[in-house]
Write a protein that binds this ligand. Sequence first.
Ligand code: SAM
Ligand code: SF4
Length: 319
Amino acid sequence: MTYLRVSITDRCDLRCTYCMAEHMTFLPRSEVLDIEELDRVASTFIDLGVRKLRLTGGEPLVRRGAMDLVERLSRHLSSGDLDELTLTTNGTQLARFASDLARFGVKRINVSLDTLRPDLFRRLTRGGDLSKVLAGVDAALACGLRIKINTVALKRDNAEELPRLIQWAHGLGADITLIEAMPLGEVDVSRVDQHLSLRDVRDNLASFWTLTDLDYATGGPARYVRVEETGGRLGLITPLSHNFCGDCNRVRLTCTGVLHTCLGREDASDLRAVLRTSEDDRALREAILEAIGAKALGHAFQIADRKPALARHMSVTGG
Ligand code: SAM
Ligand code: SF4
C-alpha cells in the first residue's frame, strides 16, 4: 500500500444529492481526529512506506486547521519520504487557499464539478454557488497548481452536458475523470434513477470523437483515453461495470481514525483507539500493518437495489 487517502472532516459546505442527505447529522468534534492526531497517523503511514497522500472529506478546505496540517505534512515532501501531497476539493474555498497549497508543496489537486450551469449546480449541491468554484479553479491555475476535474455522471442531470464539460476541462489544460455514482450511504434520491453507465457514455462520445486507449495507470480504478480532437486526457471510473481490485494500491482513513482497506466493504480497524491510548507509535504501526495484511481481494457493489450497498457515506470514508 503506497497510497493513503485521509478524510479530515465529515462536514461540507455543499450537500450534493448523490453524496449527502439534505439534513445530515455530523459527528461530534470529540470523535474527529485533531490536527496533531491526523499528522501523527499520516506520518506513521509515511514511515511504513506510503508515498502518496490525499486529503479529502467531507470538504477538506472547510476543516479548521487544514492549512496547518498541510504545512506540517509538507516536511515529508522536503525530506523525500513522500512523493506527493494532494487533495480533493469541491473548490468553493480554493480562491482563499490556492496560494498556501502551492507554497506548501502541493502540485496537483482534484476539483469536483458536475456541471457548468449555475442553476443545475445550485440544485445538485442544494444551494451551492458555481461562480465560487470557477474562481477557485482560476486561482489554482494562476498559482501553478495542476488540476484534474472529477465529474459524477448522472443520468437525469448532466448526461447531455458531459461533452461540454470535457471540452471545458481540456481547454484549461486539465484532465477530467467521469465517475459512476456509487451506492454509498442513504441519500434522499433514488440511485437507480441517477445511474448512468459509463460504457454508454463512452459509446456516445466515440460517435463524434476519436478516443484512444492510454496505458497511463494510477493503480486506481480509472481507465484513461485521449480525446484526439481536444488533445486532453479523459478518465472513466466504473466501479459498477468493472472489477479493478487486483491493481488497487490504496487505503482510506476516516476523520474518526477508522482505517478501511476497501471503499466497497465493511472492513474497518479503529486506529483512533490506538492513537489515544498510546503515545508510542509502535502500537500504531502494528495496528496498521495488521489491518493492511487483511486487505480483501474484491468488492461487490450493485446498483439494482434501492438500499445503499454500504451504510457509510462517501463523505465519511473520503472519496
Ligand atoms: N468534498 C470534496 C469533493 O467534493 O471533491 C471531497 C470529498 S467528495 C466525497 C470526493 C468525491 O467523491 C467527489 O468527486 C464526489 O463527487 C464523489 N462522490 C461522492 N459521493 C459519491 C457517490 N455516491 N458516488 C460516486 N462518487 C461520489
Ligand atoms: Fe460535499 Fe464533496 Fe459530498 Fe459534494 S461530494 S456533498 S462537495 S463532500
